[in-house]
Design a protein around this ligand. Sequence first.
Ligand code: GTP
Ligand code: MG
Length: 414
Amino acid sequence: MEIVILVVVIAVIALAAISGLVVTGRRKKTAPPQEPRTPESTTEAPARTAEPKVGEETEAPPEGGRRTIEEVGLPEAEKTEAEAEAPATPEAAEAPPEVETPAPAAGRLVRLRARLSRSQNSLGKGLLTLLSREHLDEDTWEEVEDTLLTADVGVGPTQELVERLRERVRVLGTRTPEELRTLLREELLQLVGPDMDRTVHTETQGAEDRPGVVLVVGVNGTGKTTTTGKLARVLVADGKSVVLGAADTFRAAAADQLETWGTRVGARTVRGPEGGDPASVAFDAVKQGTEAGADVVLVDTAGRLHTKTGLMDELGKVKRVVEKQGPVDEVLLVLDATTGQNGLVQARVFAEVVDITGIVLTKLDGTAKGGIVVAVQRELGVPVKLVGLGEGADDLAPFEPEAFVDALVEPGAE
Ligand SMILES: Nc1nc2c(ncn2[C@@H]2O[C@H](COP(=O)(O)OP(=O)(O)OP(=O)(O)O)[C@@H](O)[C@H]2O)c(=O)[nH]1
Ligand SMILES: [Mg+2]
């Protein structure tokens, strides 16, 4: 009897021990996946039975039931998804590329119009206010004239414009503000020259297989180097390969300045020793550009006062030496718009020495003397091709007469 009792007790203890072990093991297995619950897995919870039972793991899991740790949307997994949106390639994940991709130049003047009108506003607005007066007497016409002269339009063009305006206003009789605006727009546009060819010739004029050559000249500090850099960006944006020639050998800093612009867009800068012969640097730049199969070579020159004969002769030599390899396709004179009529005197002398083919009017963002566009074109018979509207890398715009005049006369152009 005692033996029977002992056997029963042993059997009960053994059974209890076995079932206890199984339950503990089961809990160990199921516990981890339940902890890092996502909202998704939480919604599934009611489908599960409260407590796992012994032997449950041998059954097939209920549909969409127990999931591995990889399947549940853990925070880490979500983070990985967000990361996946970031560039996957190792190169792209690194710091931004050194070479910039500038924006194309098309339509820039319209985009930068606010900057232009901010400074030109007084001209257009002033003229419209004057022309809106009920009685246009001699005094008023004199004021119209003064307004144009103050904006540096120049004496000849001012007189022409006033004459035409007087005639048209007389024919018009009563004037609505809208009519006046249209009239002024038409006359100013005529004055600015809507039909001049303003293409910057960056391509060889002939059929030869060599790069287009652009020479950038002007007095000190007008914005030559900045313009050369900005122009390089425009060309690169158009898919052209550019070589820069640092023919300002007076200061090493001048070549550094140009090189910095070049590096930003992947354009190589050819430079010479400080104090070296600028003509030979310009020659080398064109030679190397040709050898490298570049599309355009832009040659930046040192600023020089038009009154310094020696320096002007040197500039003439730069051009002649470059021309040993072929014609210079474009000679850009960079004029600072804020210098007003003084710019005209400079322009005349530079034109004699290097045969200017285009004008770049810089710093138009900082002056109300936009009339210089008219004056300088008249003076040289050479079109303004580009305008500088700020110190930013892309603040150089092709000059578009319509957009320019609109900026002067449009309502609300502040
Ligand atoms: N606001 C404004 N500043 C400009 C513009 N173009 C050039 N500048 C500034 O004018 C200054 C002179 O520019 P540079 O390009 O160094 O002039 P530079 O003609 O090469 O000067 P030198 O080589 O010393 O004769 C710089 O501070 C430019 O940022 C422009 O369109 N608007
Ligand atoms: Mg310079």
